[in-house]
Write a protein that binds this ligand. Structure first.
Ligand code: URP
Ligand code: ZN
Ligand code: ZN
Length: 483
């Protein structure tokens, strides 16, 4: 087995930082050596095969992005990143594990949907991957299939209170699924927006000729998110199901989560980089020479970008500091402008929903450290350690400690990352399969220097050294936040 020493860096974990060398043997971390420490059971007199100089850099556990949608069929098209392109882009950005959503569509059997997702991912991924299960059709057969999810290494499933006629579940279906999940300890992941009410507003806006992307944000008002979040919390309370609300963007929804947590309910929330940096006014309401007011389509996602003036963005950062929101995932769901987003040129409701960010999450959140929004340790916690714990991966992922997988990022705080348009060749400024960047113009005061995925150096010095198929499916256990 090849050995690697990551030498002279500052190891940052969720609980602190120390000057230490990290010793990797094969796929595992075998030692974290602070100056003067002795590594029991390891023969350091044996020369290591590779030394990575991390002087002046941070050594952190690889990022865990718990919310991606590679190849997701949506709005008459499919997310433009395949498992191959999306996981490679993730690796470039210091994410070494994704948890993608296997889909059961309406009328399909859950286990057939899961098998199809394995077929898409198997042999194609650059980094390790796991699955949540979308239950898009809660019926007797699906409820029975939930009995077998844990054996498949899937300890969480997603329901939608939005998208009537597509993935939508009504309250009766949600109640039944939550009863089943409470039985097994499965985490219910909820897309909390009142879909039927949103659809009425969409219809009324379109009837008035309000067809621009901006109105996507108007129709999906924060009241729709607050109400659905509250309803999900109450149904979880009744059934005893643990609840994790995905892509939280409204400050009122955070308040619902915080109130439930304050009285001891096992509920959690994630937010995404777009809700920390982008807004209804600036992006959804933006215009360009190329696209006019349709420019905003680049940022059509659900839940939508919120008004900065209303204070949602500032509240999200605050909630990350206070742990009212526990972690940050991307909800990576990319579509190209040409041939995909432009399906909605004359009707915002036909724009496929989603933003591509899987490559940029570690950088964008590091910028939060530079800007004084979060601490260095909290950066590691919300991007790696908590996602691993939340979804039953901790110990293997999310930590730098002996026995863990050697998923490690050497991050250079003196480096710089300019996010821009995809261009061909080595000058490529992002690696996702998109014809634009939702993050064009963002300048990051830091840079991913080296990425190890289970001990293999996959990114170093702006070069990709990995290969399709490096990544393996990881079976997950129950959430480590359950008692
Ligand atoms: O806009 C989004 N979020 N697209 C992906 C599907 C979902 O709801 O997560
Ligand atoms: Zn969703
Ligand atoms: Zn999503």
């Amino acid at each position: 087995m090849a050995t690697t020493l990551i030498s002279g860096g500052t190891v940052v974990t969720a609980t602190g930082r120390s000057e230490a060398d990290v010793l990797v043997d094969g796929e595992k971390i075998v030692g974290v050596l602070t100056p003067g420490s002795v590594l029991l059971g390891s023969d350091l007199s044996r020369a290591v095969d590779t030394v990575i100089d991390a002087k002046g850099k941070y050594v952190i556990p690889g990022g865990v992005d718990a919310h991606t949608h590679m190849e997701l069929p949506f709005g008459g098209t499919a997310a433009s990143d395949t498992f191959e392109t999306g996981t490679r882009a993730a690796a470039w950005g210091g994410t070494t594990t994704i948890i993608d959503f296997a889909v059961q569509t309406y009328g399909e059997r859950v286990m057939d949907g899961l098998a199809a997702w394995h077929d898409k991912a198997r042999g194609n991924c650059a980094i390790d991957y796991a699955f949540h299960q979308i239950i898009g059709d809660v019926n007797a057969d699906s409820l029975q299939a939930m009995d077998g999810l844990l054996d498949e290494g899937i300890s969480s499933y997603k329901l939608f209170m939005a998208y009537p006629g597509v993935f939508y579940s009504d309250d009766a279906q949600i109640l039944r699924a939550m009863q089943k999940s409470a039985e097994h300890g499965l985490m219910t992941m909820m897309h909390a927006e009142n879909g039927p009410a949103i659809d009425v507003l969409v219809e009324q806006l379109l009837a008035k000729g309000k067809t621009d992307p901006y109105y996507h944000g108007v129709a999906r008002a924060w009241q729709m998110e607050e109400e659905a979040t509250h309803r999900a919390i109450m149904l979880a309370n009744l059934t005893g199901a643990p609840l994790y609300v995905v892509h939280v963007s409204a400050k009122q929804a955070v308040e619902q989560l915080a109130a439930a947590r304050d009285v001891g309910q096992n509920v959690f929330g994630e937010t995404c980089p777009q809700y920390l940096y982008l807004s209804l006014e600036e992006q959804l309401g933006g215009a360009s020479d190329e696209w006019g007011a349709f420019e905003g389509a680049k940022w059509v996602c659900s839940t939508p970008l919120r008004s900065k003036a209303e204070g949602h963005q500032a509240h999200m950062w605050q909630s990350l500091r206070t742990n009212d929101i526990q972690m940050v995932s991307t909800d990576h769901c990319p579509f190209c402008m040409k041939g995909q987003k432009d399906l909605g040129l004359s009707d915002f409701s036909k724009i496929p929903n989603g933003i591509g960010s899987v490559e940029h999450r570690m950088d964008l959140l590091y910028q939060g450290v530079v800007d004084g929004q979060i601490s260095l340790e909290r950066w590691v916690e919300i991007t790696s350690t908590t996602p691993a714990r939340m979804f039953g991966l901790y110990g293997r992922k999310g930590v730098i400690a002996p026995g863990a997988d050697a998923d490690i990022v050497v991050y250079d705080p003196n480096g710089h990352t300019s996010i821009g348009l995809p261009v061909d060749g080595n000058g490529k400024s992002h690696h996702m399969n998109m014809d634009y960047s939702a993050w064009e113009g963002f300048e990051i005061d830091g840079h991913v220097d080296t990425v190890l995925s289970r001990g293999k150096v996959v990114v170093h010095d702006n070069q990709y050294l990995g290969a399709k198929g490096d990544g393996r499916f990881v079976k997950r256990g129950l959430s480590q936040y359950l008692i």
